[in-house]
Design a protein around this ligand. Structure first.
Ligand SMILES: Cc1ncc(COP(=O)(O)O)c(C=O)c1O
Length: 369
């Protein structure tokens, strides 16, 4: 596995290395629809929808972490859509996780199935052994959101490539620092950077990265033609959040590892899902392909009311959807219709000081017994 800290180090200093005297270390926010464009329009920045210097700064930074060409988008779903559209062929066959982020399934159901696109759904836990021959696109999300099952990216990518298909991995729950999906063989990495990559719960953002320049040109073309373009201020916020990814992940993963053990051993909880627990079904594969098991924990309580009480009563848990932020937050995913038990809480572990976080959560759990 490549050394993620080397890529982080390179990313932190990449911009500085190119600066001239008096130029700012932080990228300027370029609010521009028009650029000076005399003569042939072959300039890098001909028009605001085509490209923007602030997008270019954040794309260069994420591109170092991915070690790949990167195109940014105004949300994770805009990135997901671009990746799918770039890979799509007439009458394409797509393999999709049945337990991944539900909006991707709704998108395909509502807008693509009627155009002779064949979509097969399969749980993430069964992907590694599935016969992938004949699929034009295999879509993976590992660890899956919200169930935290994992699949073997390298094995699936190798088999999909043998029969001429493409593999796209939604890497939102892991980030390129914890799981370098392109190094594992994926053709495209997709991410909702709204989550941990930007990490401050203040911006919607997304990106697609890949090492095949023709495929990435399709992704770029999709952005330009569909107009799914991020605002320059959002690109700046994304850049700023990204700079602390490594330190945030360090704290989030350490907190999650400690909390997973607490939930696991506490009488107020039932089963616990965390890819870092030795008896979790995800453990063997996660240990092979992830640098650390991440910052999301799935906890089953005795019933939905107890799960709600845990979230509401605990001062260290912000009751909200989404994940990957500074503050620990959680929700019952069944309230969105996800196929998980009613009492299942997806907890996104944040950057709080460990003792205070564990103390507050332990106290709330004790009060539930
Ligand atoms: C795994 C995953 N992919 C994509 C998305 C979509 O991201 P966004 O909300 O930034 O559009 C989400 C959002 O929760 C997600 O969890």
């Amino acid at each position: 596995m490549p050394d993620p800290s080397a890529r982080m180090m390179e990313m932190l200093h990449a911009r500085a290395a190119k600066l001239g005297r008096g130029e700012s270390l932080t990228p300027p926010v370029v609010n521009a629809a028009k650029y000076a464009l005399p003569g042939d329009p072959d300039h890098a920045f001909p028009y605001g929808r085509f490209d923007n210097p602030t997008w270019a700064s954040v794309e260069a930074a994420i591109g170092v972490l991915e070690d790949a060409e990167t195109v940014c988008f105004p949300s994770g779903m805009a990135a997901v859509t671009a990746a799918i559209m770039a890979c799509l062929k007439p009458r394409a066959r797509i393999l999709l996780p049945s337990d991944g982020y539900y909006t991707v399934r709704v998108l395909l159901d509502e807008f693509l199935r009627q155009h002779d696109i064949d979509v097969t759904e399969l749980p993430t836990g069964q992907m590694s052994d599935h016969d992938v021959s004949g699929y034009d696109l295999v879509w993976l999300e590992t660890p899956s959101n919200p169930g935290l099952d994992v699949c073997d990216i390298a094995a699936i990518a190798a088999r999909t490539h043998e029969s001429g298909g493409l593999v796209c991995v939604d890497n939102t729950t892991a980030t390129p620092l914890l799981q370098p999906v392109l190094d594992l063989g994926a053709d495209l990495a997709v991410s909702s950077d709204t989550k941990a990559l930007c990490g401050h719960s203040d911006v919607l953002f997304g990106h697609v990265a890949g090492r095949d320049s023709a495929l990435m040109e399709r992704v770029r073309q999709w952005r330009k033609l569909s107009g799914a373009t991020p605002g320059p201020s959002e690109a700046y916020l994304a850049y700023r959040g990204l700079m602390t990814l490594d330190v945030r992940l360090e704290r989030m993963c350490a907190n999650a590892e400690a909390l997973a053990n607490l939930f696991y051993s506490h009488p107020a909880t039932g089963s616990v899902r965390y890819p870092g627990l030795a008896d979790d079904p995800s453990y063997p594969t996660a240990t092979r392909q992830m640098a650390r098991p991440g910052f999301i924990i799935g906890i089953q309580f005795t019933d939905a009311a107890t799960a709600e009480r845990f979230i509401e009563d605990c001062p260290a848990v912000f009751h909200a959807t989404s994940f990957g932020g500074i503050q620990t937050s959680g929700e019952r995913r069944a309230r969105w219709g996800d196929d998980v038990p009613d009492s299942y809480v997806r907890l996104s572990v944040g950057c709080e000081p460990a003792d205070a976080l564990l103390g507050a959560i332990r106290q709330t759990l004790d009060s539930l017994t």
